[in-house]
Design a binder for this molecule. Structure first.
Ligand SMILES: *Cc1c(COP(=O)(O)O)cnc(C)c1O
Length: 355
């Protein structure tokens, strides 16, 4: 779980406007039809044709030699660090990174790795900050093996790492013998918003993955791409973690459908996020971070309503969202329309007026 749900209220009306997370999307009828028709086999022995097709598509999309379907984005991150690092090794990532804050300590529990949190605004660290955190290879210090970035940076506000910064981080990492990993839970939000292709955005990165169960609207799964040798290692960890599947083509078909039909439309989610931010910023005292993609972070405290009270009041009106690290996060996705955005803004305005 990567958000704090509003306290359950038995009298709360049904949720009509779900801004909690892009993980909340339900598969569309067309997606369910694609799933029903999927050709399937035994994924664990490499025999599921639909999953194999998805893997080939993701490898091509991200410009890597190979890719493997995983049950979740979290398992993409966990299997990747397990493939790269040995116990005691050091990973560098932003202080708000999902691998630090929201994976149950998996990288320490399962791998014995230490993750050094790097500071920086909006979920991103400057290449200079990364360079300054590198130390010589002595027997006293942990081996620095891996640097990881999130594209987009979730807690940072759904911000997009600039291509120039990504390139510079790769250059520094290579010069110091570190591997590079991109947590691409919302990578395609970044590529659609920036116009940079996924292949170019991940160029130079040893591994990158995309999540199908976020804005792409599939019920399950992520896929991680890299060199063939790396993906072989990830496959071993997937097996060890119990992530190998059987007739996974039913799920993979939803992901293939999402790649065909739900990528370009992420631009609609971004337009809805901008409209939401614009509306909220017109309410006196509400502080809004300008969105770059589909996440809108805001603080209503200046308008006399504490964040958790705003969340509770909105829930009474059928609008669901949550606090995340001290601010309210609203997330636009496939199941959120422009009319819902207007209605949600109206509710926030009413709650502020009544306060
Ligand atoms: C959601 C998320 C993940 C984990 O993906 P799941 O599919 O929910 O396991 C990893 N990193 C970031 C940045 C995320 O937002």
């Amino acid at each position: 779980m990567h958000y704090t749900p509003a306290p359950p209220d038995p009298k709360a009306p049904p949720v009509r406007i779900n801004l909690l997370s892009d993980t909340q999307t339900k598969p569309t009828p067309a997606m369910r039809e694609a799933m029903a028709k999927a050709e399937v086999g035994d994924e664990q022995v490499g025999d599921d044709p639909t999953t194999n097709e998805l893997n080939a598509r993701v490898a091509d999309l991200l410009g890597k030699e190979a890719a493997v379907f995983m049950p979740s984005g979290t398992m993409c991150n966990v299997a990747a660090t397990l493939a790269y690092c040995r116990p005691g090794d050091e990973i560098l990532a932003h202080a708000t990174a999902h691998i630090i804050a929201r994976e149950g300590g998996a990288h320490a529990a399962l791998g014995g790795f230490q993750i050094t949190p790097l500071p920086g605004d909006d979920g991103q660290f400057a290449p200079e900050t990364f360079r300054a955190a590198l130390h010589p290879r002595t027997r006293y210090q942990p081996l620095q093996v891996l640097v990881s970035v999130e594209q987009t940076a979730n807690i940072g506000g759904g911000t997009i790492w600039k291509k120039a910064a990504l390139d510079e981080i790769v250059r520094i990492a290579k010069a110091h013998g570190l591997a590079t990993h991109m947590d691409g839970a919302r990578l395609l939000n970044a590529t659609v918003a920036s116009g940079i292709s996924p292949r170019d955005m991940t160029a130079g990165w040893d591994s990158a993955w995309i999540d199908f169960s976020k804005g792409l609207g599939a019920p399950i799964g992520g896929a991680i791409a890299g060199s063939r040798a790396f993906i072989d290692d990830v496959w071993r960890w997937k097996q060890r973690l119990g992530g190998s599947m059987r007739q996974s083509g039913v799920a993979a078909a939803a992901c293939i459908h999402a790649l065909a039909h739900h990528v370009e439309r992420l631009a609609d989610d971004h337009a809805n996020a901008r409209a939401l931010a614009r509306g909220l910023s017109q309410i006196n005292g509400v502080e809004v971070q300008a969105p770059e993609t589909n996440l809108v972070f805001f603080k209503p405290d200046g308008a006399g309503v504490a964040g958790d009270r705003m969340v509770a009041e909105l829930r009474k009106r059928g609008v669901m969202l949550a606090m995340m690290d001290g601010r309210i996060r609203a997330c636009t996705h496939l199941d959120v329309t422009a009319a819902m955005i207007d209605e949600a803004i109206g509710h926030v305005r009413d709650i502020v007026r009544a306060a």
